[in-house]
Write a protein that binds this ligand. Structure first.
Ligand SMILES: [Zn+2]
Ligand SMILES: [Zn+2]
Length: 292
């Protein structure tokens, strides 16, 4: 029990945008998953307000349906019909984070005015591109712009800070979220450039945070032969662990890795996973719970 907590947060997915198995991958990481039926969804988080029962979704992934179903199950929510959640937050315009919004549209859920909290640039991107433009035009979502550096209150009493982070800016800017409950603060940063390129970014993001979900796309540089990793900028787990070694040893379990690429060996190698965890870091598990 966490004293004074009002909100429950559950992890609804923990891998990179393409999920697992990953289209086009014929290596053991995905062939074995196909053979056994093992499926991993792109990273997303669900939050429930215990007092009102309202629900918030962070990231609308291509797996939005099973993820919201999982949230309803974990939160004991039922009878919600065309209001599957009471708000959505999205970090940026890469496909694992926003494309699920199309299922809020006419052809599927046809939701009514679900508040969508995004940056002005992200809003501009959605307004300029169908099918998301139509979802906005038909009032299936209600865009509430939040500029980086500002906060919103997507559930009563829950304050979320939008923090701009550097990440391949193709269609929109990219933000991290600091979610402040009365008891604890949670950091959500699924996509970010290598820390080394931006002095002081990691400590700034971790400041005042009780639990941190952090980009762990690649374990090290050896995972994608034939792809230019400078064009796919993410911090390597080995780099993050080196930088945060002392803090993780002091407060084990605070930093929890998400957004693993299908190739990331921590998803497949139990010994390596144990090594990571013995240093105070955690590989996040789908369904895990945080009280805020
Ligand atoms: Zn991503
Ligand atoms: Zn694979």
């Amino acid at each position: 029990m966490v004293e004074g907590a009002r909100y429950d947060a559950w992890l609804l997915g923990r891998v990179q945008d393409g999920g697992l198995p990953h289209l086009g991958c014929e290596r053991p990481c995905c062939e074995q998953a196909r053979a056994s039926g093992h499926v991993e969804y792109p990273c997303a988080l669900g939050i429930r307000d215990r007092e009102t029962g309202t629900l918030l979704l962070i990231e609308a992934t291509p797996a939005v349906e099973p993820q919201i179903a999982m949230l309803h199950d974990l939160a004991g929510a039922s009878g919600r019909g065309r209001t599957p959640v009471d708000g959505v937050l999205i970090t940026h315009a890469h496909i694992g984070h926003y494309t699920g919004l199309m299922q809020f549209g006419e052809e599927v859920a046809a939701t009514k005015n679900v508040p969508l909290h995004i940056t002005p640039r992200m809003a501009e991107f959605l307004r300029s591109n169908d099918p998301w433009a139509q979802v906005i035009e038909y009032g299936q979502v209600d865009v509430r712009e939040v500029a980086p550096g500002h906060t919103c209150e997507p559930l009563e009493g829950l304050r979320v800070e939008f923090i701009e982070v550097p990440h391949r800016e193709e269609h929109s800017d990219t933000v991290a979220f600091k979610v402040h409950g009365p008891a604890r603060t949670l950091l959500w940063v699924p996509d970010v450039d290598q820390w080394g390129r931006h002095d002081g970014l990691l400590p700034k993001l971790l400041e005042g945070v009780d639990v941190a979900y952090v980009d762990a796309t690649f374990y090290d540089g050896s995972e994608l032969p034939g792809r230019d990793l400078s064009r796919i900028p993410h911090p390597f787990m080995v780099e993050t662990m080196q930088m945060w070694e002392a803090q993780a040893a002091d407060r084990p379990g605070v930093m929890r890795f998400i957004h693993m690429n299908h190739t990331n060996p921590v998803l497949h190698d139990q010994d390596l996973r144990e090594q990571v965890e013995s240093r105070g870091f955690r590989i996040a598990e789908v369904g895990e719970h945080q009280a805020l």
